[in-house]
Design a protein around this ligand. Sequence first.
Ligand SMILES: CC(C)(COP(=O)(O)OP(=O)(O)OC[C@H]1O[C@@H](n2cnc3c(N)ncnc32)[C@H](O)[C@@H]1OP(=O)(O)O)[C@@H](O)C(=O)NCCC(=O)NCCS
Length: 187
Amino acid sequence: MSSHDSHDYVVRAIRADDWPRVKQLRLEALRDPVAHLAFMETYEEGEAKADAFWQDRAVGSGEGSTAARQFIAETPGGEWVGTVTVIIEEAGTKDWAGHAVERRQGHVVGVYVRPEHRGNGLIKALFDAGVEWAWERGAERMRLHVHEENARAQGAYRKAGFVPSGVEMAFFKDETQNELEFVLGRP
Ligand SMILES: CC(C)(COP(=O)(O)OP(=O)(O)OC[C@H]1O[C@@H](n2cnc3c(N)ncnc32)[C@H](O)[C@@H]1OP(=O)(O)O)[C@@H](O)C(=O)NCCC(=O)NCCS
């Protein structure tokens, strides 16, 4: 059992000057044993990115952005231990896979919690922050994609209220495997 509970953390949006920690947490996530199922890039690809990439990301997904927002959880000692990013997808656009977006929606990506902080409700607190922001931005629903074999992530998403929509997409690294779309309707 973890010795932390979700009340120990501060969940907040990232700021421009946070970029070195954004990079550090992402590289740690890319070393997770399920990173090959969970994330679109490899550790080597992430590590090779220039500082300018992380600086742009910290602004583009930072507290001043209306297009995307990255939330992180910080311990009282200032350690970053989890993150969720929400990207606003606008009706009438195409998503990254070329599919039409039919409604304004929040797309959850980059979900990661440090192993010693799992199973204590922190992921739900991060989701709550991301979902609340998307509703404020006028999203009509939330969605995300999860690999069919990433059972733990699926469990966490169900606990946050998400359900499978029935839409499946071939996994971009292996077309014999699927990613499942999970959705959450606006209350
Ligand atoms: C995904 C992640 C953020 C979830 O956070 P978490 O704190 O581990 O989630 P929780 O423990 O609250 O919830 C997971 C649920 O799935 C259950 N679960 C765990 N392993 C499981 C398995 N193999 N099969 C089925 N259910 C499983 C857990 O028991 C738990 O449900 P419960 O609380 O009812 O017991 C975290 O595990 C993580 O960072 N994983 C690595 C990166 C990743 O996979 N990201 C998601 C990319 S889509």
